[in-house]
Design a protein around this ligand. Structure first.
Ligand code: ADP
Ligand code: MG
Ligand code: MG
Length: 209
């Protein structure tokens, strides 16, 4: 179907948690190169906690707000409050609904990303999760504007997210722990950009199913 239901979004978050869990060692390895080696553990703890709350939500805004609050309170570190803010702002943007059109989903996710940017005081090329999130939402919106199906728009967002993630490798970090390394942060993929791309990997699986 060319819309996302409450169940689809719950499945998205479940799938995100599974992919994070499967890749937690990898995320922590990335963070050990330019941070403090906890991003995989942080995200696995937070997303596992989110999964336990998914059945309680009766509407999409409640689901997203609860997800955001759970991430803020369980992840710790920098990424938790930032991801948490993104989901809370996304939930505030949808209103109390049971389905989202692709346009509505794109609008809400963009509001979430803007909230994250405001909270993190980040911009593109700071070598953060934003470098994966912004190109992806731009690609999603562009695809929908051009009349693509939800499935095809999610696929192009996934590709843009992966490209944005990989583009963090040569960057010198200007935010977060990696920025303490200065020039030595170059040559490593940003862990948060890697976990952010899993959001689109997860959604690809949901709209395929
Ligand atoms: P911590 O650095 O506190 O241990 P994590 O390891 O869980 O937290 O998360 C690190 C990730 O957070 C980085 O890879 C980066 O993508 C992201 N990050 C750090 N600071 C910011 C910021 N100000 N804005 C956006 N993302 C950030
Ligand atoms: Mg860390
Ligand atoms: Mg830490």
């Amino acid at each position: 179907a060319n819309e996302l239901t409450l169940d689809d979004l719950a499945e998205w978050l479940r799938r995100f948690a599974t992919i994070i869990d499967e890749n937690k060692r990898y995320l922590t390895d990335l963070d050990s190169a330019i941070g403090d080696a906890d991003h995989g553990a942080n995200m696995a703890r937070g997303t596992a906690a989110v999964v336990t709350t998914l059945d309680q939500a009766n509407s999409i805004d409640a689901l997203l707000k609860k997800t955001g609050m759970t991430l803020v309170s369980t992840v710790g570190g920098t990424a938790g409050p930032l991801y948490g803010t993104m989901f809370m702002k996304m939930g505030m943007a949808t209103g109390q609904v049971m389905t989202l059109t692709p346009e509505e989903f794109g609008k809400a996710l963009r509001a979430g990303i803007e909230g994250l940017i405001a909270r993190g005081k980040t911009e593109l090329e700071d070598k953060t999760m934003i470098d994966a999130l912004l190109p992806a939402i731009d690609a999603f919106d562009a695809a929908i504007d051009e009349g693509a199906s939800l499935h095809d728009a999610v696929e192009s967002a996934q590709e843009a997210s992966a490209a944005g993630r990989d583009a963090t490798i040569p960057m010198v970090a200007r935010k977060g722990r990696a920025s303490y390394l200065g020039e030595r942060s170059a040559g490593h993929l940003d862990p948060g950009a890697a976990s952010a791309t899993y959001l689109w990997d997860a959604l690809t699986d949901v709209v395929k199913a």
